[in-house]
Design a protein around this ligand. Structure first.
Ligand SMILES: *[C@@H]1O[C@H](CO)[C@@H](O)[C@H](O)[C@H]1NC(C)=O
Ligand SMILES: *[C@@H]1O[C@H](CO)[C@@H](O)[C@H](O)[C@H]1NC(C)=O
Ligand SMILES: *[C@@H]1O[C@H](CO)[C@@H](O)[C@H](O)[C@H]1NC(C)=O
Ligand SMILES: *[C@@H]1O[C@H](CO)[C@@H](O)[C@H](O)[C@H]1NC(C)=O
Ligand SMILES: *[C@@H]1O[C@H](CO)[C@@H](O)[C@H](O)[C@H]1NC(C)=O
Length: 564
């Protein structure tokens, strides 16, 4: 840093503004001294460390500068365990004797969830250019981290557990961005079942660090990008150390429905050191409630928005919601048409207990039996007449049941009648994967079966939405993930996340408010018989009958029974 004192005072004299110039000089001088003192004071530790090591290996300050390239030698310090912060026996044993995924102590290949040296790391906006080339030979590099931890020991495990740092946003801001650490859990869905709440509660555990985005959807939409791009959404090793973190993770409800995603998560994460895998978490809600929620959030609200903006030819813009009602299909419309389609696709049992085989089993077989992970199960369950002990046929609901566009006016076979007979009504061509499957995406067992083929049973956790508000549910889940016991009561008391559509993202709605809304719904006599779901009682009954066996299968598969 060179300050042009002489030049500056020359200019000032000439302009004869002597007093201001002296003041300016003083201010600059003071700033200079303060900067120098700060950079050389042991209090600022990281810069000191930086100077005592050649080059810019550890320029944490640069993390704040989005445009700079930061060459971080990532942390693999078995030796650091000896500093006394992360100890094998005391700190990693939870009450169940379960260790969080990735934590091992006999290798220097990685440090917990964090990867060994990465070269070079680009910042936040430049994720596309991340790389994960691993340099496994330079374990010596980690020695330089020792003094950092001696001077700035991370929050100790036990004191961390005493604190609650539940605020997602402020927590996020405390973290160093730029990642390098792997997710210890993936909340894979289901959509509209409380994935946001579950995620916020989990990162409310003092040892769980949030990702920079809750939904990354790497394994569904971004696989062409390097894995380093994905890891860059997670906190840095330094954040892990400073916060006493044991785990980070993400919630992408678009993962659950796709067999390919299950396969890719395993394949890609297995390539990482130790071949450990993230834990898989799924949350499931009463199927009919989820269906209604999906109708509102995936159909009604986006369609109203679309119409209000005047984007539909022939329908005036800026009308009230009531005025747009004639242009919308009812939930009843959607449910009847989808139910008929699903019955054709799935194996189903009619009122006389007669079994019918749908087209989905064969179609799914044809599509997936060339995949080693799935072949055996498909042979047993889809080809040979279904033997109860092997489980019901595997169905790729999304890939097999709904078909594709029939014409520019008929977007799915199931809507052929609806769309040709109600040409004034609108289905927007965007959310089709969601609107086509309002019931389908509530049949959680179908997509989850594929995850069970790819992951160990013990690595998949299933939570009932109605139990999310119970702190004990969260404590159980955390213990099973290998985290220390934690009382989630304060975290859960914040309310439910991302409900009510218009309340804003990552915002909690209090339980009282939700209760009041539910109470309101049951007061409505017309909706009473159908639990507040706006369909006719006979259709409600039929749907309940239809989903029951699939719920049962789900409970059998997961070993967990919900209240629906
Ligand atoms: C070291 O780790 C490997 C797996 O990477 C494991 O199989 C082995 O049992 C471990 N050894 C010890 C002594 O913990
Ligand atoms: C990423 O890398 C490519 C080629 O390696 C380069 O052309 C591009 O400018 C880089 N992008 C950024 C944002 O640095
Ligand atoms: C399917 O059934 C046939 C005969 O019923 C049997 O030979 C074959 O092994 C079965 N295949 C599988 C994958 O179970
Ligand atoms: C958790 O904390 C709440 C108060 O914040 C308390 O009422 C509850 O008993 C605690 N639960 C356990 C299991 O300690
Ligand atoms: C409406 O629901 C409430 C509570 O769910 C129940 O007590 C009441 O009997 C119901 N009324 C009718 C007319 O079904």
């Amino acid at each position: 840093m060179i300050f042009p004192f002489n030049t500056r005072t020359e200019v000032c004299r000439k302009s004869s503004l002597l007093v201001p110039s002296i003041l300016l000089t003083l201010v600059i001088l003071v700033l200079f001294i303060v900067t120098w003192v700060m950079e050389n004071s042991p209090m600022s530790g990281l810069n000191t460390i930086d100077e005592s090591h050649e080059g810019n290996k550890f320029e944490y300050e640069q993390h704040h500068d989005h445009n700079s390239v930061v060459d971080v030698q990532y942390i693999v310090p078995k030796a650091l365990l000896d500093v006394g912060v992360y100890k094998e026996d005391e700190d990693f044993e939870n009450e169940r004797g379960i260790k969080p995924t990735y934590w091992r102590f006999n290798s220097s290949l990685s440090w917990g969830p964090c990867l060994p040296p990465l070269t070079p790391i680009k910042q936040w906006e430049d994720r596309r250019n991340y790389t994960t080339s691993v340099n496994t030979e330079s374990t010596e590099d980690f020695d330089y981290l020792r003094p950092i931890f001696q001077q700035h020991p991370p929050t100790s495990i036990h004191s961390a557990v005493d604190q609650s740092r539940k605020d997602y946003k402020s927590r996020q801001q405390q973290l160093q961005r730029g990642g390098g650490c792997r997710p210890g859990f993936l909340i894979i869905g289901a959509g509209k079942c409380g994935t946001s709440s579950l995620y916020h509660y989990l990162v409310g555990h003092p040892r769980v660090l949030p990702a920079f985005e809750k939904q990354i959807h790497y394994f569904k939409y971004h696989l062409t990008k390097p894995l380093g791009w994905y890891f860059s959404f997670f906190p840095t090793p330094r954040s892990f150390l400073e916060h006493g973190g044991l785990m980070t993770g993400e919630a992408s409800p678009g993962y659950l429905p796709y067999p390919q995603v299950a396969k890719d998560v395993r394949r890609i994460m297995k390539q990482q050191p130790h071949h450990d895998l993230p834990k898989i978490i799924m949350v499931g809600r009463s199927p009919l409630e989820r269906m209604y929620s999906s109708y509102r959030y995936n159909y009604v609200y986006p369609t109203l928005e679309y119409l209000r903006k005047g984007r539909h030819h022939g329908i005036p813009k800026d009308l009230s919601d009531e005025e747009y009602e004639p242009y919308l299909f009812s939930l009843e419309d959607f449910v009847r048409s989808e139910l008929a389609q699903l019955k054709l696709c799935l194996n189903w049992v009619d009122r006389n207990n007669e079994f019918h085989k749908g087209f989905g089993a064969q179609m799914t077989f044809d599509q997936w039996n060339n995949q080693a992970e799935f072949r055996d199960a498909l042979m047993k369950r889809n080809q040979n007449s279904s033997d109860a002990k092997d489980g019901p046929p595997l169905i790729d609901l999304d890939g097999s049941c709904y078909g594709s566009k029939v014409s520019s006016t008929v977007l799915r076979p199931q809507w052929a009648e609806l769309q040709t007979q109600n040409t004034e009504k609108v289905i927007v061509d965007q959310n089709l994967h969601l609107t086509q499957a309002m019931i389908g995406r509530s049949l959680y067992t179908f997509p989850l079966e594929w995850w069970y083929l790819v992951f160990d049973q013990t690595d998949i956790f299933f939570v009932c939405t109605e139990e999310l508000s119970n702190p004990e549910t969260m404590r159980e889940l955390a213990l099973n993930l290998g985290l220390p016991s934690y009382n989630f009561s304060q975290v859960v008391d914040e309310g439910a996340y991302n409900v009510g559509g218009h309340r804003g993202y990552d915002k909690a709605t209090s339980w009282e408010e939700l209760q009041a809304e539910r109470g309101g719904a049951t007061m409505d006599a017309a909706k009473n018989q159908t639990n507040g779901i706006p369909i006719t009682p006979s259709l409600y009954e039929e749907l309940q009958e239809f989903v029951r066996p699939y719920n049962e299968r789900l409970f059998q598969l997961t070993g967990k029974r919900c209240q629906w």
